[in-house]
Structure formats: C-alpha cells, structure tokens
Design a protein around this ligand. Structure first.
Ligand code: NDP
Length: 472
C-alpha cells in the first residue's frame, strides 16, 4: 500500500508534522538526508502509519499519485538542492510542498521553475513551533489553487482549530503563503516588544513586584488583551529558581533568526510604514549593546521624573498601560495588514484579510482573542484603507488614545524608552494629519534640485526660481 504523503526533513518540525499527519490517519513516508535519523525516529517515535525510507528514490516510489512531497528542511540552498534531486524522480503533476521558513521571492522563483517542468509547487508558512507542529499549527498555504486542492483535507485536519474552524486557508498564488508567514513574524516581534515595554513601565516607573505583575497580566488575559503571549508573560513572571525570579536573572539581550528583518526590508522596498514592527527590531539590535548601554548610563545624564511627579495613582497607571498596550497592538496589526494590502497589488495576489486574521487565531504565537474582531472588521469593510479606519477599531482607538498619549508622555519624562508604543502614537498622529510637513520637503527639493512640486490651488507640476530674489 502506498503512502498518502511523504515528509523530507525529520528535525523538530518535520518529525512532529509527520506524527501529526500519521495521528490523523494518513500513511506517511519519511525520509531524512542523514538516513540514521530515519531509524532513530522509528525507534523513538515509530508510528504504525509511518513508512521509513532510506533513499530519495525509495521515498518517491512509496507515494501514491499525484505525489505529495512535503519538505521541512533548512530554508535557502537545501530547498533548491532537494528540488534538483527530486526533479528526475517525480512525475508530471506531482506536488512538492515547502513548509519551511523560505523567503517568499525564492518561493516565487521555485514555483516558476517547477511549472516549466509541469511539477506543482506550494509554498506553505507553518507557525507554532514544535508543539504546534505536533498538535496543530497555523498553516498559510500559497501556490497553484488546483494543486492545493490535493492538500486541503490533510492540512485542515492537522492544523490548529479555533472557534471550530481550521487555522488553514488557501491564500493566493506562488509566494503568498510565505509572505503572510513573514508578516505574521513581524507582527510577533511587535507584540512581544509592546508587552516587554508594558512590563518595564510597570516595573521601573511604578515599581510593581513580579508577583503583582503576574497578577496584572493574568487579569489582562481576561480582557480584550487575551492572547497566548499575555498568558505566557503572566506565567513567566512567577517562575522562581533557587528562590530568585528567573526573569530577573535573564540577560537583557534579545536574539533573532531574521524573519523580522525580512519584513522590515520588504516594507522599505514597498514604501510601507511599519514603524512599530521596525521599533521592535531596533529594540533587539539595541538590546545587544549591553556593554555600551552600561557605559551610556554612566556618561549621559538625564534629569528624569518619578511616578509621584505626575499626580497619578498606581492603579490608574496600570489602566493607562493597559490601554496604551491595546491601542499600540491595534496599530502593529494595522501596519502588518497594510503591508499585505500593498504586497497584494505588487505581486498580483488576491488576499482575504478576514480569513487571514482567522488563520492567526490558533496554533501560532500571535493567537489572540482580538483577531476575531479584526476578522469581523475586515469582513464588514473589506476594502478599507487601514484597519484603524474600520468602525470597530476607530472606536477602540478613539476611546483610548488619550491614555496612550499620556503614557508615552510619562515614559518620555521618566527616561524609559518605549519605542514601539511611541511609534504607534506617532503613526496614529501622522495618519490623522490632513496637513503634513511635506510641503516644506517639496520646496526644499525644488530649491536645490529643481524636482518640481504640485500646488494646492491649481493642477499641474511647477518649478520656482527660488534664488531669483537672492540674485536681485
Ligand atoms: P532545521 O531548520 O534545523 O533543519 C534541519 C533539517 O534540514 C534536517 O532534517 C536536515 O537534514 C535538513 N537539511 C539541511 N540541509 C539539507 C540539505 N542540503 N538537503 C537535505 N536536507 C537538509 O529544522 P527545523 O525542524 O527546526 O525547521 C525546518 C524548517 O521549518 C525550517 O525552514 C525552519 O525555519 C522552519 N520552521 C521552524 C520552526 C521551529 O520552531 N523550529 C517553526 C516554523 C518553521 P540532516 O539531518 O541530514 O542534517
């Protein structure tokens, strides 16, 4: 009997996805470049639905047609190398699926290359880490729609479920799935940075203990902020080792694997402001300058205020932080979805934002209750310019914006850097300004470079001889 699907790459993600598929009743062929790993997996996690294979040919021959070959290997060159090895072994209309964190432009290139050989290629973003892979990840599939129809049932079965729906929906052609995953990761950076800023304000400005902070975050997890990241933050705050809070002895240097960087580079390429996500990335860069920050604290003196200087109680401060966090979170999602809407036009995709928000509701790191609100808002107002302009979110922002402004102002005067929250406030203020300062930029450009400008009082393009008066 042939297998329904095959998985190549049996590291953390591939092995757990294969087990997930096998648990769901599918016969799964498994293969790994280092073939001893296949035997190890069979020894340690052997599943009755696994068919172990020890060469690519044996692997390909073990699959029913059209073959479904799921690659879960290191992104980059390994994916291209595997594709080259598979081409002579597969038949027309077989489907190669790349479930790794591939760069979307590589996925576009691979799709085109394989299409010329009449082989289908799907680029699929998978989120949720080891646990998600094993018991239900969020799945973001892109590629040929007809080829996807051969995977829809398997993907929907193995994916996380949220509110009774599978966290998996076909997105659009070629690189769309990996693109959405990339933006998801950017939003994840922003979500984490905003929570870290809320924590640091409560700790450093208001002096809350870890136990109190644990309770605050636990309470927030029963509000509009309910989410996986708030939940784990609350849990982290109470963990002790040798009678010390573990969090307090963790070095304040944050690492990264690069997908947040991709999101930012892409936003610059397309000319989209994703300042909250950028602030989150910069926050990680700056965190790594630990030695320089220690020097900075000594060298650069700042006269800063204390919470007592603001005539605000501690409980009231908690309320400000909560509202500021929520509004900033809305802005980071608004920026992520704005990037998707520009990318949709740039790359010829056809996104359904309401459905994308639904995919994020389960399995992945950014899963949160308010994704239901995002999904509903986009469903109601599909072609809106920005998530912030939807009736629901405009109201959420309008009723809390003063709190964000007050909080950022307190943070600035207290000398506590909250770049992501500040960026969120500035994004809102920039968006709600009908008269920007760009008239001055245009005048300067025309002055030194004759770059011309448009006028508000008449149509057309103009150049002015700015130095004429100096010459006279
Ligand atoms: P790794 O990214 O560490 O990749 C290891 C696997 O890639 C091994 O099976 C390895 O085989 C295989 N591999 C490496 N080079 C080659 C090659 N040239 N030819 C064939 N196989 C090769 O594994 P993960 O499970 O962590 O991740 C897999 C993919 O999923 C990656 O793209 C990752 O970015 C993505 N991802 C990971 C998540 C996570 O939480 N870890 C979450 C979501 C996505 P060998 O044993 O022979 O070295």
């Amino acid at each position: 009997m042939k297998s329904n699907i095959g998985v190549i790459g049996l590291s953390v993600m591939g092995m757990n996805l294969a087990l997930n598929m096998a648990d769901n009743g599918y016969k799964v062929s498994i293969f790994n470049r280092t073939t001893s790993v296949v035997d190890k997996v069979m020894e340690e996690h052997g599943h009755e639905n696994f068919i172990p294979t020890h060469s690519l040919k044996e692997f390909v021959d073990s699959l029913e047609k059209p073959r479904r070959i799921f690659l879960m290997v290191k992104s980059g060159a390994p994916v291209d190398m595997l594709i080259e090895q598979l081409i002579p072994l597969v038949d027309k209309n077989d489907i190669i699926i790349d479930g790794g964190n591939s760069y979307f432009k590589d996925t576009i290139r691979r799709t085109k290359y394989l299409k010329e050989k009449e082989i289908n290629f799907l680029g699929v973003g998978i989120s949720g880490g080891e646990e998600g892979a094993r018991f239900g990840p969020a799945i973001m599939p892109g590629g040929d729609k007809e080829a996807y129809s051969y995977l829809a049932e398997i993907f929907e079965k193995i994916s996380a479920k949220a509110y009774g729906e599978a966290c998996c929906k076909y997105l659009s052609t070629d690189g769309a799935g990996h693109y959405v995953k990339m933006v998801h990761n950017g939003i994840e950076y922003a979500d984490m940075q905003l929570i870290a800023e809320a924590y640091t304000l409560l700790k450093r400005v208001a002096g809350f203990s870890n136990e109190e902070l644990h309770n605050i975050f636990e309470e927030w997890n029963n509000s509009e902020l309910e989410s996986y990241l708030i939940e784990i933050t609350s849990n982290i705050l109470k963990v002790k080792e040798d009678n010390k809070y573990l969090l307090d002895i963790i070095m304040d240097k944050a690492s990264q694997k690069g997908t947040g960087k991709w999101t930012n580079l892409e936003a610059i390429d397309l000319g989209v402001d994703i300042s909250v996500i950028t602030a989150a990335l910069n926050g990680r860069f700056m965190s790594n300058l630990k030695d320089e920050r220690i020097k900075g604290e000594r060298i650069i003196e700042a006269k800063v205020s204390k919470l007592e200087d603001f005539n605000i109680g501690r409980e009231e401060f908690v309320g400000l932080v909560k509202n500021a966090l929520y509004v900033s979170k809305i802005v980071s999602y608004a920026q992520g979805f704005k990037l998707l809407s520009v990318a949709e036009k740039e790359y010829g995709w056809d996104f359904n934002f309401s459905e994308i928000a639904k995919i994020f509701r389960g399995g992945c790191i950014i899963r949160a209750k308010f994704l239901n609100d995002i999904s509903d808002a986009f469903k109601e107002e599909e072609h809106i310019d920005n998530l912030m302009f939807t009736k629901f979110f405009a109201n959420e922002i309008n009723t809390r914006l003063t709190d964000l402004r007050e909080l950022v102002s307190i943070a600035v005067q207290s000398g506590v850097a909250v770049s992501a929250m500040t960026s969120a406030l500035e994004y809102i203020d920039t968006y709600r300004t009908s008269q920007s300062s760009a008239n001055m930029i245009q005048a300067q450009r025309d002055y030194f470079g004759a770059h011309t400008f448009e006028r508000t009082d008449k149509e057309g393009s103009y150049h002015f001889d700015w130095t004429a008066s100096e010459k006279n």
